[in-house]
Design a protein around this ligand. Structure first.
Ligand SMILES: C[S@@+](CC[C@H](N)C(=O)[O-])C[C@H]1O[C@@H](n2cnc3c(N)ncnc32)[C@H](O)[C@@H]1O
Length: 810
């Protein structure tokens, strides 16, 4: 069942002059609004500030000299008086969002204007906090090249101190557009003295389409990613490019504002939104913290007409008042937005599975050193795809084994199948099912080191598998292999082989002559203590970055039990993939809270359902990746999943992996393959005495077309279970290879400090898989460059991050 939260919609009137109080709030509620905005101060206050300003500017005795006025407040605004504000501490304030004055200019380059603006902001926020207003919208920095965004941000930082429980919302447009600039009477900006305007020219609007985002980035960086600093994002008539929308998606958008001018008239003359606006809004409304919506300047709220002498202190209107309330049918804009919420699509398997887990950082599992609980296995087993694909891979391997006439390791002719790390046994059931479906006899072994899971395996063997499975409680690396009570040399050896069939080229032990097969069997099998080899070794030891749960180390330790000529490992191989990402929420979670508990929190890879994340290296068409060193990058076979905007399934799966692309021409993320592992690995001695062969290193250059902050790396994996049967969490291939798979969330390698990536530059990412033969850990480094012709100029670098202190023990 979908758990759909209704939209919470507020009323904003930039010229609101009705008195705040129960009547206004009742009026908003009866008009079907959930909340409303209210200016913290009155027009009286505005007039008072303007008079103080004009008096100062006209009074020659006031020292307004820049050098002295920079640090002082030569023009003082007196504290608020009752005429300056209508707010009074009251329960009804729960339903209001305070708004600070739109006529101040915190980023003014005129020091007097900036200083007065700061004073106004401080007075307003302090009084709102005193009254108990917990949500306050602050108008964003001015959209002009002379705006001093750093000064604006500094004022907001002070503002955060005014109310420790207050959430602030910076109200900004998605992109710079002259159409979004509104003139207003008494704007302090218009009083800025000429000599100061353009005194600090900005670098030619360098943010381009990202200019508004860059201003926001400056503000929240100066405010140290405060979790009390949010965005009120205005959705204007013209939407910016998909890459700009995608960037805003990754930010803490808690309020969406829709001006009446954003609506167009539909065929019947009612206000409606264009399709792309609808899609973007619906995308944002699926965020874990669903934003509130504000409908701006669409209608004026009518107050109930009280009868003379009528007074009602209760929370409900009197009958008379109710009769005079504006009709709920009232605002067609509101009706439209309420209707929009019915257009939300339902949740797919991944949405349902991951609900509540979006951007929630979890320590990766370490099933090798920690014994998993039943409930964890239960979660794995809910995957509708993974086990199905394993069954398919096992069936194909069995089929091929017989078809290719390979001798079996059990001399009785059954193909020896071992599930190592069997957990509660789902892969054992799948192996039995594959054998039944292909009609091939198998000798099944299930090995598990978790003693608790082993109890269940024993129970399943009795109740589900008719005692047909041989169970072993052991670490796979110390297992001696399948064993029989019978003397191997007395067993009549039969082989699933067509005597006339061709043998595999290059298999010296494979013979067509049954006698030869007996010989080869004994030479391959080397039976000791009646032990024999495994033909098909099945495991699922993969983590979100493929090898991070030490699958290579475990399989290396057991592969000596595999039939050395024909033995098959399912999976046959796996690869790790990664991309630099902007993830401000994850950065804030780690740097503001998790490091307080664990000082190494910023150097640990996390498993996380990436949602509010933006890929920093993208292109609109499949680009040729630029590997820095040898390993080959991912070559996606299809981009259908990323290009399909109509498929609910694809957008949801993409969302879970941080690939939300809100509009028609999505950007395709650049995701490179870090490294790969193959099993069995014939180049090692098994069991190995050292682990150096499982160390890896790679370095890639990712082109960056838009400015952004890199907060870390998103990591994924792909695996070939058996040729033609693959699983993938890589956003570029997941739809094609294993659509609907839910078992693995991506991994996130954080950076302690964000690295700013200028547009048109490149970011080099180096990664290492390190080992000292006792443990395995990762290291990562990010370096940013701008390009000048063929020269690369370094503009930023992270320190070398290492998870050695939280390494995985082998
Ligand atoms: C990710 S779980 C998979 C369980 C099950 N095969 C499934 O697909 O639901 C990995 C299992 O391997 C087991 N395991 C990990 N390393 C092992 C080792 N070295 N020897 C034996 N079992 C191991 C863990 O205890 C765990 O039960």
């Amino acid at each position: 069942m979908d758990n759909i939260i209704p939209f919470l919609i507020g009323h904003h009137d930039s010229k609101r002059n009705a008195p705040i109080g129960r009547d206004l709030i009742l009026s908003a509620h009866s008009a079907n609004y959930d909340m409303l905005t209210f200016p913290i101060t009155t027009s009286h206050f505005h007039s008072r500030v303007l008079s103080v300003l004009s008096a100062a500017f006209s009074d020659a005795s006031t020292n307004l000299d820049e050098s002295s006025s920079r640090n002082a407040a030569p023009v003082a605004i007196e504290p608020l008086s009752p005429a300056d504000t209508q707010l009074t501490p009251d329960e009804s304030l729960n339903s209001i969002i305070g708004t600070t004055s739109s006529w101040i200019d915190l980023g003014s380059t005129d020091p007097i204007i900036a200083d007065i603006s700061r004073q106004v902001l401080r007075l307003e926020l302090a009084y709102a906090a005193f009254c108990g207003v917990t949500h306050v919208v602050i108008y964003g920095p001015r959209q002009n090249s002379s705006c001093d965004v750093a000064a604006y941000a500094r004022a907001v930082l002070n503002g955060l101190d005014q109310g420790p429980y207050m959430q602030l919302y910076i109200w900004t447009n998605t992109h710079s557009d002259p159409a979004n600039i509104k003139e207003q009477v008494g704007d302090l900006a218009s009083f800025a003295r000429r000599e100061y305007v353009h005194a600090h020219p900005q670098s030619d609007d360098s943010g381009g389409a990202f200019e508004r985002w860059q201003a926001w980035d400056t503000i929240r960086s100066i405010c140290s990613y405060s979790t009390r600093l949010n965005l009120a994002l205005s959705i204007a008539k013209s939407l910016p490019t998909p890459s700009v929308l995608s960037r805003w998606y990754s930010e803490p958008v808690r309020i969406l504002t829709l001006d009446s001018s954003t609506f167009r008239k539909n065929a019947k003359g009612y206000p409606a939104l264009p399709l792309e606006h609808q899609e973007y809004i619906l995308q944002l409304m699926r965020l874990k913290t669903q934003p509130w919506l504000l409908i701006c300047d669409a209608t004026t709220l009518n107050l109930p007409r009280s009868q003379p002498g009528e007074k009602n202190e209760s929370n409900f209107p009197s009958l008379n008042q109710a009769a005079n309330m504006p009709s709920v049918e009232g605002d067609p804009h509101l009706q439209y937005v309420r209707h929009l919420q019915t257009k939300r699509s339902g949740m797919n398997a991944m949405d349902q599975f991951g609900a509540g887990y979006q951007d929630y950082l979890q320590a990766p599992l370490q099933p090798l050193t920690v014994n998993l609980e039943s409930v964890t296995y239960e979660v794995f087993e809910k995957d509708p795809i993974k086990y199905e694909w394993y069954e398919r891979a096992i069936a194909r391997a069995l089929h091929d084994w017989i078809e290719q006439g390979k001798p079996t390791s059990n001399p009785d002719g059954r193909v020896v199948v071992a599930v190592v790390g069997a957990g509660r046994g789902p892969l054992v059931s799948r192996a039995l099912k594959a054998a039944e479906d292909t009609g091939i006899d198998i000798d099944v072994w299930a090995l598990e080191k978790n003693p608790n899971a082993f109890v269940l395996l024993q129970r399943h063997n009795e109740t589900r598998w008719n005692g047909g499975v041989s169970l072993v409680k052991s670490d796979m690396r110390t297992w001696l292999g399948p064993q029989t009570n019978q003397n191997l040399s007395t067993i009549r050896k039969t082989y699933n082989i067509d005597p006339d069939g061709a043998e595999q080229a290059g298999s010296p032990q494979a013979r067509t002559n049954p006698e030869d097969q007996n010989l080869s069997a004994s030479s391959i099998l080397m039976p000791q203590n009646n032990r024999y080899k495994v033909d098909i070794l099945i495991s699922e030891l993969l983590g979100s970055f493929a090898d991070n749960e030490l699958s290579p180390e475990c399989l290396d330790g057991v592969q000596h039990l595999l039939n050395p000529v024909h033995g098959i490992s399912i999976p046959a191989s796996y690869t790790a993939h990664f991309a630099p990402v902007a993830a401000p929420k994850l950065h804030a979670d780690i740097s503001l809270s998790m490091v307080n508990v664990n000082p190494t929190a910023a150097e640990i890879p996390y498993v996380v359902m990436l949602d509010q994340v933006d890929f920093l290296s993208t292109s609109t068409s499949p680009s040729s990746p630029v590997p820095h060193t040898a390993p080959s990058p991912t070559k996606p076979k299809t981009f259908a999943s990323l290009l399909s905007k109509s498929s609910r399934q694809s957008s949801a799966s993409a969302a879970s992996n941080g690939t939300n692309k809100p509009t028609a021409t999505p950007s395709i993320p650049t995701i490179y393959t870090a490294w790969s592992f193959h099993h069995p690995n014939h180049s090692i001695r098994s069991p190995p005495t050292a682990n150096a062969h499982n160390a890896r290193h790679c370095k890639f250059s990712f082109p960056v077309s838009n400015p952004g902050n890199c907060h870390g790396l998103g990591g994924y994996f792909e695996t070939v279970l058996y040729p033609g049967v693959e699983l993938s969490t890589n956003p570029l291939t997941m739809e094609e290879k294993s659509a609907g798979m839910i078992s693995w969330f991506p991994i996130f390698f954080p950076l302690k400090l964000p690295i700013f990536l200028p547009e048109g530059g490149v970011v080099d990412v180096s990664m290492w898989r390190q080992t000292d033969d006792r443990k395995v850990w990762y290291e990562w480094l990010v370096e940013a460059y701008v390009l000048q012709g063929s020269r690369r100029i370094k503009v930023g670098s992270s320190e070398l991050h290492s998870s050695e202190k939280e390494a995985c023990l082998m």
